[in-house]
Design a binder for this molecule. Structure first.
Ligand code: PRT
Ligand code: ZN
Length: 300
């Protein structure tokens, strides 16, 4: 096998909503690469890992065709490709292996503010504009609704104003675009987040070792982003209650406090965010000197 084939290839969106988050995540996993977004190819300088920077729509195909081993792409794109290929009886040769913590959005059906809608059967015979034709088709089939799907490659939200559709089916994150176009959501079709996919093709043992290492680090990075290290002083008598209140922590470390027999120091890694309410509850239970710190790295 030649040297290029022994390098793990990861497909990442070249320029868009997932780009910065994806590159940041890979950098946090310890991969150093020349950050030149104008290039299609980024060479990993310290690991046998290269990045291919491409349009997000191309990522499932590159991974399915074994040109890339891994890819980071939105679930909406994955579903659109998977359903399209399945319908055409083409093989789907990738699998979803991790759900990430960015790129959150929902694919929703929306309609002009002033129009009437009470139930999904009102979509019967209507025209719905979308760029997610396959996902919408699948949804309508499951709901046994016969509607006309009008393909829009972008700017779906203007379709009703142009008289091209009665409804739209588009991605929403804050809802500002719908509101700005006097549209309101009537039904959610799919919840989406950035997802890691992996080729189903055979991967050499050498590359698999690196992929496992990257995935293990990635799990650590994701866990760390939610985790906090919490330190406090607790009366011995309230220890059980205070331990119970610590969010998502395993056995905390309990240490004696010099010259203070009735109090202990408690340290714990909380695998969930620690909110003000939690700190207030801990304080009410008798905790003092509360300190919450970010966690830099974690390995299990
Ligand atoms: O050039 P390329 O094909 O790579 O990029 P693209 O234009 O197809 O995709 P891009 O960069 O816009 O989005 C990439 C991925 O980000 C999508 O496939 C989703 O998985 C995810 N994502 C998350 C979103 C949004 N949030 C989002 N809000 N993708 C698109 N939008 C659009 C939506 O289509 C609508 O026009 O943002 C508008 C709505 O946003 P709000 O905040 O006003 O509701
Ligand atoms: Zn795209």
């Amino acid at each position: 096998m030649d040297k290029a084939e022994q390098r793990v290839k990861i497909a990442v969106q070249k320029s868009g909503r997932l780009t910065d988050h994806s590159l940041d995540l890979l950098q946090r996993c310890g991969i150093k690469f020349s950050k030149n977004k104008d290039r299609l190819f980024c060479y990993g300088e310290n690991m046998p890992v290269d990045l291919l920077l491409v349009r997000d729509d191309d990522i499932p195909g590159l991974v399915s065709d074994d040109i890339c081993d891994l890819g980071i792409v939105g679930l909406n794109v994955i579903e659109e490709k998977r359903l399209g290929w399945s319908r055409k009886m083409e093989p789907v040769r990738f699998e979803q292996i991790r759900t990430l913590d960015f790129g959150h959005c929902r694919l929703v059906i929306a309609m002009p503010d002033e129009a009437d809608f009470s139930e999904l059967s009102d979509l019967q015979g209507a025209r719905i504009a979308t760029s997610h034709v396959e996902v919408l088709r699948h949804f309508l089939e499951c709901e046994i609704v016969d509607a006309e799907i009008v393909y829009f490659s972008g700017a779906v939200e203007i379709a009703p104003k142009l008289g091209k559709a009665d409804f739209i089916c588009d991605l929403v994150s804050t809802g500002a675009t719908l509101a700005a176009n006097q549209l309101r959501e009537i039904h959610s079709v799919l919840e989406s987040t950035a997802t890691v996919i992996r080729t189903r093709a055979r991967i050499s043992a050498f590359k698999m070792e690196w992929i496992d290492k990257i995935l293990q680090r990635l799990d650590g990075v994701l866990q760390v982003r939610e985790s906090k290290y919490i330190m406090l002083h607790a009366p011995r008598s309230a220890l059980a209650e205070i331990t119970r209140l610590l969010p998502g922590s395993e056995a905390p470390t309990v240490m004696p406090l010099e010259g203070c027999d009735d109090k202990v120091a408690v340290h714990a890694v909380c695998r969930e965010n620690v909110f003000w309410e939690t700190l207030e509850n801990l304080k009410s239970a008798g905790a003092t000197s509360l300190l919450v710190l970010p966690v830099e790295k974690m390995l299990f």
